[in-house]
Design a protein around this ligand. Structure first.
Ligand code: PMP
Length: 448
């Protein structure tokens, strides 16, 4: 019996013993091709990359950690300098955390502290979006909207107002163009701000490209431009959460580059040290930084391990590869290939309603009926079956049940390490096809 409190105790977990590029190997010697990069984490380099291992070894050999309130360190300074050099416009400072949830929580806390410092303490409300995930601490659960994870905590979560996500497949009406749809859902932000009282709202938070709750869902063109206009009009700070989609995953360094907006806060985690060490970050603009420094002088958030020297050393090695010649072009090319292969395999599939994503972050949405978009009954637990079928065939992928406004449906997220080759993509799509077909067959038999 395992004494580990696993998050999903009912799942039969293989024991991982080794990583090799695109593969994870378990205790019985079975090899799994990694179609999920440990949650879009093992981003650029795949498993067991020697340059990162060496950077970690070297840093631990000097000193592993010292509290960043007492010392700064070379890796900490260098990493901040790398990240801010090519940041979206205006983002000049970076605060380190240990995870994505903490990065989100820090952004919310900084937004609040900023308004307290500048004498607007009445600004305390945050607006988020339904069908979003921002992490698992209480702040991140409050601003996010993953209903099943929020459920036991609803009564103790902060009161956050959630507007519609930008989810074209389920949200756009037939009478609307894509642009009109984007403007309509963005304009919900303005209505929410006006409804709550413009000078009581401090921030709006959104994932630039959603990663988990309803699979990978990119915004439609123009959506974030309108969001930014509205934020600027009412003095509301914009937090873009790129914990999942940031740092190369979508084919550009930052996903928001493709939407032509620069936020007040940008959060990262998975892509920084690619899972070799736990580390997250909140980037912030000078206006907010200066208000805090010239006000009470210290940010009131922060964690013991913020700016952990060994984690920073690992991250520097990862960031150098990511910014190396041709790397992002490789992501764009292989991302286009993944999209093409998914469309070839599932474009006419009777139970695939939508194939969407950006760069190396794609989703296949399953439906019982393509013409009505009706999902499979929740009791079929299709996602779990797909996950298990894929695992049995040696493919790690993320099949999940999305929930929004009473709709519950099945999605598969495909986001392999960014070093993925065209042969790897063929294997992933082939195994995924088998896993989906077998799960659908079983579901249909059960329903008959
Ligand atoms: N934000 C987003 C968009 C995420 O996808 C996640 C994790 N999946 C988080 C925040 C939370 O990150 P962590 O699990 O590292 O706390």
């Amino acid at each position: 019996m395992s004494s580990v409190f696993h998050r999903i105790p009912k799942r039969n977990l293989p024991v991982a013993v080794k990583g090799e590029g695109m593969y994870i190997i378990d205790k019985d010697g079975k090899r799994y091709i990694d179609g999920y990069a440990g949650g879009a984490c093992v981003s650029c380099l795949g498993h067991s990359e020697e340059s990162v291992i060496e950077a970690v070894r070297e840093q631990i050999g000097k000193f592993a950690f010292f509290h960043s309130a007492m010392f700064t360190s070379e890796p900490l300074e260098e990493l901040a300098s790398i990240l801010t050099t090519d940041a979206p416009e205006g983002l000049t400072r970076v605060f380190f955390t240990n995870s994505g949830s903490e990065a989100v929580e820090s952004a919310v806390m900084m937004a609040r502290q900023y308004f307290v410092e500048i004498g607007q303490p009445q600004r305390k409300k945050v607006i988020g979006r339904r069908s979003s995930y921002h992490g698992a601490n209480l702040t991140a659960l409050s601003v996010g909207h993953q209903l099943s994870r929020r459920a036991p905590f609803e009564d103790i979560l902060a009161n956050v107002f959630h507007i519609s996500p930008c989810y074209e497949y389920r949200g756009r009406q037939e009478s609307e163009t894509v642009e009109q749809y984007g403007l309509r859902v963005a304009n919900e932000l303005e209505q929410a701000i006006l409804g709550l009282g413009p000078n009581t709202v401090m921030a709006f938070i959104a994932e630039t490209v959603t990663g988990t709750t309803n699979g990978a869902t990119p915004p439609v063109p123009g959506y974030f431009k309108r969001v930014k206009e509205i934020c600027d009009k009412y003095g509301v700070l914009l937090i873009l959460d790129e914990v999942f989609c940031g740092l190369g995953r979508t084919g550009t360094l930052h996903a928001c580059e493709q939407d032509g907006v620069a936020p007040d806060f940008l959060t990262f985690a998975k892509g920084i040290a690619a899972g070799y060490q736990p580390i997250g970050a909140t980037m912030v603009n000078e206006k907010i930084y200066q208000a805090i420094v010239s006000g009470s002088g210290t940010f009131k958030g922060g964690y013991t391990y913020s700016g952990h020297a060994t984690a920073c050393a690992a991250a520097i090695a990862v960031q150098k590869v990511l910014r190396g010649p041709g790397f992002l072009d490789h992501v764009k090319t292989t991302g286009n290939l993944l999209s093409a292969r998914l469309n070839e395999r599932f474009g006419q599939h009777p139970h695939v309603g939508d194939i969407r994503g950006r760069g190396m972050l794609m989703t296949v949405e399953l439906v019982e009926d393509r013409s009505t978009k009706a999902p499979f009954a929740a009791s079929q637990d299709l996602s779990s079956k797909i996950y298990q079928n894929a695992q049995a065939r040696g493919l790690i992928t993320h099949a999940l049940t999305g929930t929004i406004d009473g709709y519950v449906g099945d999605h598969v997220v495909i986001c392999p390490p960014l070093i993925v080759t065209s042969e790897n993509i063929d294997t992933i799509v082939e195994l995924l096809g088998e896993a989906i077909d077998a799960a659908v067959l079983e579901a249909r038999r059960k329903a008959a």
